[in-house]
Design a protein around this ligand. Sequence first.
Ligand code: FAD
Length: 373
Amino acid sequence: MSILDSRAKEQAWIDLAAELSAKFALTAAETDRQAELPVANLRELFDQGMDTAILPEEKDGAGLSYSAFGRIVFEIARGCPSTACVWLMNTSAAESLITLSSPERSEHYLREWKGGKRFANALSEPSSGNLFLNPVQEATPLGDGDWRLDGAKRFVSGAELADYYLINASIDGQPAFFGVERDETVEIHDIWDALGMRGTRSQLIGFRGTRLKAANRFSPVPSTRQNLIALGLPWLSLGIAQAAYDALIAQAQGKKLADGKPLSHVQWIQYETADVYVRLKAAKLLAGQLLELADAGADETVIVAMEAKILANQIAKDVADLGLRVGGGLAFTRALPFERHLRDAQAGGLMAYSSELCRLYVAKNELNVREQG
Ligand SMILES: Cc1cc2nc3c(=O)[nH]c(=O)nc-3n(C[C@H](O)[C@H](O)[C@H](O)COP(=O)(O)OP(=O)(O)OC[C@H]3O[C@@H](n4cnc5c(N)ncnc54)[C@H](O)[C@@H]3O)c2cc1C
């Protein structure tokens, strides 16, 4: 396939995401209000082949590039951030299990994923979700080669829909990753009375003697492997930022002041619009560079993902905040979407790695600070 053909194919997937997202936008406020999982949206993404699109063609995927994947997350997030968040987490858990498991397990997970089963990431521990790659909950050997886990994971997006979880635990002090099929030892606790991203229903999961099977343990993760969550999280925030920005422009152009002129003629709104516009554009350019680096398999992807996340998390909050001020009193109510954008935008900076932790890693890299922690 020529480069032009492959670009056109990828653009068609992005356009499809945009089309579906416009539909998701119609129910996003209700999903938020009811704190309900956007089951119909997730089903539609599955029916349209989005779930498997990131997989290579030999696994019946579309072999999409990371550049296309990030933009698909962006498009979905513009319409319904909760849908985009659950979809990103589900896709990343499934892709990891399919790619990193033994050939036999990989085939099983692929069959299940293609058949519409849901996968979720259950990595964050209650003690410190940001250190999710270094779990402290120790799994106990069962004596037959398997282990058991008694503990909990917190903030598992789409937990209630999931048939499989990607989880980690400490074994002899070292992180170990497993695929776990949901059974009666897995308990879901409803903790999700959340400020924003309410449709993700990111619940607490308890494990009571859950068997971690040696056969379902991952092989060590190659350092060159790209992580869909790290690539997608900046685009999740950027989708929220774009939705808030589009609503802001519509509000500034549509609402007239007492003198009959629209709000867009007010000088402070012009100044602040220019400010968020340029910063949103810069954040998108950096997040775009991140995806290009990932497609090139570049080593600096890890650090650029943090750089992109810092900008994306902040601009989402700032555009929503400006929307709230431009919208005035009505924006303090649900009559305008800015209060929802503002609440949803808070999640990006909290999700691992948090904006603060990203700053620490970026700064240590710049300052050549090598000590641990
Ligand atoms: C909407 C949403 C969806 C999510 N979905 C999932 C999911 O599907 N699966 C999943 O596994 N997780 C998920 N998470 C969890 C998420 O990725 C983070 O792990 C979690 O939000 C971190 O929260 P915590 O309370 O454990 O924070 P902590 O890690 O306890 O951090 C608390 C504060 O301490 C700071 N901090 C932490 N460590 C350090 C340090 N070493 N140095 C300096 N400062 C530090 C942080 O910046 C933060 O300000 C989700 C979270 C949200 C909000």
